[in-house]
Design a protein around this ligand. Structure first.
Ligand code: ADP
Ligand code: GLC
Length: 485
């Protein structure tokens, strides 16, 4: 089959979060199963100035935006088994950030991603890649299913194409003013509550939820949660319930080549499961020296690698961690990018506990690897978590996750629930008392070596590769494509 993937970020070219990891690794895995995979990305400034050899595609094509035709050009790269096309249009994409600058979303994100969605559909025609399935990810690409069922319905090129929308995080919906409707080329007939209208505005994610032939989200538990209440469904629970027959949860994997403690070039010392105690100790000593941690060397090191966003529950964890640091029960290293107030709060924690805690602001791929390897515990106390990759990466590096029972965290981390032996610690909710209790249990297991060893072994022996999940996506593509013939 031919699978056209549209995403707004992809490892190794650009990344703000797990979406990029998934778009990259899933596409590779599907291509390795023997399918033709073409992936379209915006050509952000960081990509054009980056170290990847890109080849220009001769010629240009035109993308309708409102009453204008905007020119687009393409460059391309082969990445593993996947062909990647970068859509170039400097006025939209040659900017400092992917979606925002200085903590503020770009004012024209509606226009930028309307352009991207249409430029993907026109671009695939331009290069002659006729898809059986168009796989879209999140709100930035969610207009594509709506286009296929409206403006492109009579386009012979797409006559057989089916669309799949994967929801990575329903909290981000791309909600814009109704004026964007005309930029996108839709008309008033489409502006109804059962199509594109949402509380008087134009909601891009809703467009995808309404029009895609199939919907997936990134864990089975999140698939249930988003139908269950406004807290999780963020206003989309009604439409999701309506479409429940077409919605399923497929658990993400991680790229086990990038995230491999045996070969990881960023580490002070590589290690496998047998060598984990010594290997982790060497990495911990190196990271403590790097970060100026000087407490008792034998206390557990708690690691955090996260976007700083209320989703991640780190505000609730702050006092819990402060209490532990005050008792000298652990050290903390936090790497985070996002909310300045939260970054400030953790910076204060460092000032209050000099030598016992360290925070690094910003996005740092290399440091993230060193934290996953060096930490004893990985804290991820999310209020909600569609899947979460951090806890899986941590487990692969023998670092025990301390998480809340939600979304993909509930599907991957076990404390006392079958199937399988315990591989981490689970708080029922993102509440101070629950997190404190889970941390207490975690710290006491860290002190009991045989029990700790058993959990680390259970964590490291799990299969987090994309093998099974890519096969599930391939089955779904096949079922969708079959349904058209
Ligand atoms: P989300 O996509 O909601 O941010 P995930 O756990 O699914 O959460 O994925 C986060 C990905 O981004 C992981 O690969 C994690 O290592 C990485 N990451 C998050 N924050 C940072 C950071 N500040 N620096 C480097 N990598 C980060
Ligand atoms: C989103 C979610 C995260 C998920 C990632 C990849 O960013 O917040 O839970 O792991 O997408 O699907």
């Amino acid at each position: 089959m031919n699978i056209l993937v549209a995403a707004s970020e992809m490892v190794p070219f650009c990344k703000t979060g797990g979406l990029a990891d998934v778009a990259g690794a899933l596409s590779q895995s599907v291509a390795r199963l023997g399918h033709g995979v073409c992936l379209f990305l915006p050509s952000y400034r960081a990509i054009e100035g980056g170290s990847f050899p890109l080849k220009a595609v001769p010629g240009r094509y035109w993308v309708p935006i409102g009453h204008e035709l905007v020119p687009a050009t393409l460059s391309t790269a082969s990445w593993g088994a996947v062909t990647v096309y970068f859509i170039q249009c400097p006025k939209y994409f040659a900017r400092e950030g992917l979606y925002q600058a200085g903590g503020k979303d770009y004012d024209d994100n509606d226009e930028r991603f309307i352009f991207f969605c249409r430029a993907v559909l026109e671009g695939a025609k331009f290069v002659g890649f006729k898809p059986d399935v168009v796989h879209c990810h999140d709100w930035q690409t969610a207009l594509i299913p709506a286009y296929l069922k409206t403006l492109y319905q009579i386009d012979a090129f797409y006559a057989k194409a089916k669309s799949l929308l994967t929801i990575h995080n329903i909290a981000y919906q791309g909600m814009f003013s109704k004026d964007a409707l005309f930029l996108a080329g839709f008309g008033w007939v489409d502006f109804t509550p059962d199509r594109l209208e949402y509380y008087g505005g134009f909601n891009f994610l809703k467009a995808g939820l309404v029009f895609a032939d199939a919907l997936t989200t990134v864990s089975p538990t999140y698939a249930q949660e988003i139908q269950s209440s406004p807290e999780f469904g963020r206003g989309m629970e009604g439409i999701l319930k309506h479409r429940r027959a077409e919605l399923r949860g497929i658990l993400n994997g991680i790229d086990v080549e990038i995230w491999n403690p045996e070969t990881d070039q960023f580490l002070a010392r590589a290690y496998d499961a047998d060598g984990a105690p010594a290997g982790k100790a060497a990495n911990k000593a190196a990271l403590r020296a790097e970060c100026g941690l000087k407490g008792k060397p034998n206390v557990p090191l708690i690691g955090v690698v996260s976007r700083l966003d209320s989703q991640k529950g780190l505000d609730v964890a702050l006092e819990v961690v402060a209490d532990i640091l005050a008792r000298g029960g652990a050290e903390l290293i936090l790497l985070g990018a996002g909310d300045p107030a939260l970054a400030q709060a953790y910076a204060q924690l460092v000032r209050d506990h000099p030598g016992a805690a360290c925070t690094r602001n910003g996005f740092d791929e290399a440091l993230s690897h060193r934290i996953y390897a060096a930490a004893d515990l990985f804290l991820m106390p999310s209020r909600f978590e569609p899947c979460g990759l951090g806890q899986m990466i941590a487990m692969r590096y023998g670092t025990l996750p301390v998480v809340t029972r939600t979304g993909g965290l509930a599907d991957t981390v076990r404390e006392d629930s079958p199937p399988g032996p315990p591989n981490g610690f689970v708080a029922p909710k993102c509440a101070r008392e629950d997190l404190a209790a889970a941390m207490t249990r975690a710290l006491s297991v860290c002190a009991r070596l045989p029990e700790r060893k058993a959990r680390v072994a259970a964590a490291m022996s799990q299969d987090f590769s994309w093998r099974q999940s890519a096969a599930r996506y391939a089955d779904l593509y096949r079922a969708m494509a079959g349904a058209s013939s």
